[in-house]
Design a protein around this ligand. Structure first.
Ligand code: WTA
Length: 663
C-alpha cells in the first residue's frame, strides 16, 4: 500500500535502547519528562483535557490580552487561544530582553569558511537581535508593508534571514520563505499565489565556494511579476547586481538608518504567522497556512520536551536545516529562541571546505544538541569515520533526526560515531502541516528503537487506521491519522479551501490524514512506511511527481512523462523519469538528451528535483481508464522485474494489455 516506501526494511528491528542512566547528570539534573510514567500521565491528560493541558502550557508565554477559550473545534477548523492577542517575535526575542537576558546569545552563526582565516563567526545577543529586528520591521513598513501583507523572503542562511522573518512576525505581516535553492519559476508561482508585493533577498549566497545568484533569480522572476513593488537586498557576497531604481533598495540603506522603537504588533492568536509552500500530489505547490498563538506555543513547548532544552546551562543547539523548510522555521527559530538556548545557523554545505564541516562546528562551539536528516547521516557514513573522529564531539548530549524514516544502520552509526554511544536519538516525525513534532521519543525518557519514531507528542492523538477510521491491531500497516486538533496544525491551504478538505479531511472521515503509511508495533511504537500519495521524499525534501512531470513536458522535448521514486543509497528516494520523446527528438534519444532534460528540470524547479535516472520509452503503461501504472514503473525503476515481459520498456504496451486482462 505504501507507494513510495524507502529502500530499507524496518520490519525486523527490535533492539531497544533504554535512556542512558547518566542522562540526567549531563542535563544539569533537569529532565523535563523524567520517565515513562510521567510521559503516560501527561499524554493521557493532554488527550482527555486538551484545553486544561494547553492552557497551562500557554501561560508560560506573554499575551497582550488573555484568551477567552483555549480551543474552538469545528472540524476541520481549529481555533486555539480564541480572543487572545500576542506576538511570536515578542515571545522569541523581546521577552528575553525584558526578563534580563538581553546579553545572552540568541543566534550563533558561522559563515561559509573562506580561505585560511576560517569561518566568520557572529554571536548575536537577544538585545542585538531585538534591535535589528525592530529596524528591519521599520524598514519594511517604510516600503509599504502593513499588518496582513505577505512578505516573500528568498535569502541564504545568514542572520539577516532570521531578522527578516522575525521582523515580519513583529509587524503581523505573514512571511513566505522560499528556499534559496529554488529556481525563478518557483518564486513566480509562490509570489503570485501569495499576492506578495515585497521580496527580501541577498545579492548572493555562498555555497561550496561559489555564489548562488539570489538577486539575479529574483530579477528573472520579477520580469513575470509586475506587481512586486519593492525588493530589499542584503549585501552578502559583494558581487555585482543590478538594482532597479524605485523598486530595489539596499538593506544597509533602508534598515541601518531606522530607530529601534518599532514595538511588536499585538495580533490575534489566529492571525496568520506565515505561509510555507510544500509539494502535494498535484503540480501546484500548496501554501500551508500557520497562525500565531497555537504555532508559537506548540513549537516552543515541543522543542523544550523533545530536546530537553535547559536555559542558562551552556547548551548550544545546532539544527542543520535551511530556514527555507519547516524544520528551520520551527526548530531553528520559533521553537528555539523562546527556550533561551543559543540556536546555531550555518551558511554553506556539509562537505565544504571538507566533509568534516559539521564536526568542526560542533567542536568549535561545544554544541550540545545536533539535529539533522537521515540522508545527511548516510552521506557522513559514506564519507568515512575519519571525519568525525578528527574532532572532539564530547560536548554532544542529544541527537535528532527528521525528514524521513531512518534506516537502522544509519541510526546505529549516528549513535556510536557521533553520539559516542551516550546520546539519546530523537527520531522526530512531523510535517510542514503539523507545524511541530507529532511523534517522537523524549530524551532521557522514551526507550528508542532504531527506525521507529516511537510515541505521540503531548496533545497528539495519533493512530494507524483503515479507510473507515478503525484503529488497526499491532503491526498491521495502515494510514497515519491524528484524531484530535493540536495547536500547531495547519489552518488551511492559501486560497484553496477545497484542496485543504480533500487532501487532509476526506479520505478518513473526521480525522487528519497525514499522507503516510504506518504501523504500530506491540509496544505501541510507530513505524513510518512512506508516503501514500504521489509525493516523493528526496533527501528528506518533499517533491510532487507531478511537478517534475510537468517540468519535463514543459521542455517541449517530451510529450509525456511519468515520474516515480526509486531506491537511492544516499537520498533514500531518488527520482526516475520515464519519458516519451517528441517525434522530432526520437532520433536523439541518448545521453546528451538525458543530460539536457535533467538540466532543464534542475533549472526549472531547483537542483533537488534533478532526475537521477531518465529512461526513454515509446509509451507509458496505462490502465484501461488511462491511469499510468505507477506501481509497475516503480518496480522497473527499482530493478524489480515483475515478469520476464518487462525487461524492455518497449514492451510496455503489451504489458499494459496483459495487466488489464489480469485486473
Ligand atoms: C516524512 C518535514 C519518517 C513523512 C518535517 C512526512 C518522516 C514528510 C519523518 C513531511 C520521520 C518526516 N520518520 N518519516 N522522523 N519526518 N517524515 O513537510 O513522509 O517536509 O509526511 O516536513 O516527511 O515532510 P515535510
Amino acid at each position: 500500500m505504501s507507494s513510495n516506501a524507502p529502500i530499507h526494511s524496518v520490519l525486523t528491528e527490535d533492539r531497544v535502547f533504554p535512556p542512558p542512566a547518566d542522562f540526567a547528570a549531563r542535563m544539569h539534573g533537569t529532565v523535563h519528562v523524567p520517565d515513562m510514567d510521567a510521559y503516560r500521565a501527561m499524554h493521557e491528560r493532554s488527550i482527555r483535557d486538551p484545553e486544561g493541558f494547553w492552557g497551562d502550557v500557554a501561560k508560560g508565554f506573554r499575551w497582550f490580552r488573555p484568551w477567552d477559550r483555549v480551543l474552538e473545534w469545528n472540524l476541520p477548523d481549529a481555533k486555539w487561544f480564541v480572543g487572545g492577542t500576542t506576538n511570536a517575535c515578542f515571545n522569541a526575542v523581546d521577552r528575553q530582553v525584558e526578563d534580563g537576558h538581553g546579553d545572552e546569545v540568541a543566534i550563533l552563526w558561522e559563515g561559509e569558511p573562506m580561505g585560511a582565516a576560517g569561518p566568520e563567526v557572529r554571536r548575536i545577543t537577544y538585545r542585538e537581535l531585538r534591535d535589528e529586528v525592530a529596524r528591519c520591521a521599520a524598514a519594511l513598513e517604510e516600503l509599504g508593508v502593513r499588518k496582513g501583507d505577505v512578505v516573500t523572503i528568498y535569502m541564504g542562511m545568514v542572520p539577516e534571514l532570521a531578522v527578516a522573518v522575525l521582523a515580519c512576525a513583529r509587524l503581523g505581516a505573514p512571511h513566505s520563505v522560499i528556499f534559496g535553492g529554488f529556481a525563478p519559476q518557483a518564486i513566480v508561482d509562490r509570489v503570485q499565489d501569495a499576492d506578495s508585493k515585497v521580496i527580501v533577498t541577498c545579492d548572493g549566497g555562498w555555497r561550496r565556494g561559489s555564489v548562488v545568484p539570489l538577486k539575479a533569480n529574483v530579477d528573472a522572476a520579477c520580469e513575470r511579476l509586475p506587481e512586486v513593488r519593492h525588493v530589499l537586498v542584503l549585501r552578502r557576497t559583494g558581487g555585482e547586481v543590478a538594482m532597479k531604481p524605485g523598486r530595489d533598495v539596499w538593506w544597509h540603506d533602508a534598515v541601518a538608518k531606522q530607530g529601534t522603537g518599532r514595538a511588536c504588533e499585538p495580533v490575534d492568536a489566529e492571525h496568520p504567522l506565515f505561509l510555507l509552500y510544500t509539494s502535494g500530489s498535484t503540480g501546484k505547490p500548496k501554501g500551508i497556512v500557520h497562525t500565531t498563538g497555537g504555532y508559537m506555543v506548540f513549537t516552543a513547548a515541543t522543542a523544550h520536551w523533545t530536546f530537553n532544552l535547559v536555559p542558562g546551562q551552556g547548551q548550544v543547539y545546532f539544527c542543520t536545516a535551511d530556514i527555507g523548510w519547516i524544520t528551520g522555521h520551527s526548530y531553528i527559530l520559533y521553537g528555539i529562541l523562546p527556550n533561551r538556548v543559543p540556536t546555531l545557523m550555518y551558511e554553506g554545505a556539509p562537505n565544504f571546505p571538507a566533509e568534516d564541516r559539521f564536526w568542526s562546528i560542533v567542536a568549535r562551539h561545544r554544541v550540545t544538541h545536533f539535529y539533522t536528516a537521515p540522508t545527511a547521516i548516510r552521506s557522513f557514513m559514506r564519507w568515512g569515520d575519519a571525519h568525525p573522529a578528527r574532532h572532539d564531539l564530547t560536548s554532544l548530549r542529544v541527537l535528532g533526526t527528521v525528514g524521513e524514516p531512518i534506516n537502522p544502520e544509519a541510526w546505529i552509526w549516528y549513535h556510536e560515531r557521533i553520539g559516542g554511544g551516550r546520546c539519546p536519538i530523537v527520531d522526530t516525525m512531523w510535517q510542514t502541516e503539523t507545524g511541530g513534532h507529532v511523534i517522537t521519543p523524549l530524551p532521557g525518557c522514551t526507550p528508542t528503537v532504531p527506525g521507529s519514531c516511537t510515541l505521540p507528542m503531548f496533545g497528539v492523538d495519533a493512530a494507524v487506521v483503515d479507510e473507515h477510521g478503525k484503529e488497526l491491531p499491532a503491526n498491521a500497516g495502515g494510514l497515519l491519522v491524528i484524531r484530535k486538533p493540536w495547536p500547531a496544525m495547519l489552518r488551511g491551504i492559501r486560497g484553496d479551501r477545497q484542496r485543504f478538505i480533500d487532501t487532509y479531511w476526506s479520505r478518513v472521515p473526521g480525522m487528519y490524514l497525514a499522507g503516510d503509511g504506518a504501523r504500530r508495533d506491540q509496544r505501541g511504537c510507530f513505524w513510518i512506511m512512506g508516503r501514500i500519495d504521489d509525493v516523493l521524499n528526496v533527501s528528506g525534501h518533499r517533491l510532487g511527481t507531478a511537478e517534475v512531470e510537468s517540468s519535463l513536458v514543459g521542455s517541449k522535448l517530451v510529450v509525456e512523462a511519468a515520474v516515480v521514486g526509486m531506491p537511492h543509497e544516499i537520498k533514500g528516494t531518488g527520482i526516475a523519469a520515464f519519458c516519451v520523446l517528441h517525434p522530432d527528438q526520437a532520433a536523439n534519444a541518448g545521453e546528451d538528451l538525458r543530460r539536457r532534460l535533467a538540466e532543464h528540470v534542475a533549472k526549472d524547479i531547483g537542483a533537488i528535483a534533478r532526475p537521477d535516472v531518465i529512461r526513454f520509452t515509446n509509451g507509458l503503461p496505462k490502465t484501461r481508464s488511462g491511469k499510468i501504472m505507477r506501481r509497475l514503473l516503480r518496480d522497473i525503476a527499482a530493478g524489480k522485474e515483475t515478469t520476464q515481459d518487462t525487461t524492455t520498456l518497449e514492451d510496455f504496451g503489451v504489458l499494459a494489455k496483459l495487466r488489464e486482462t489480469d485486473e
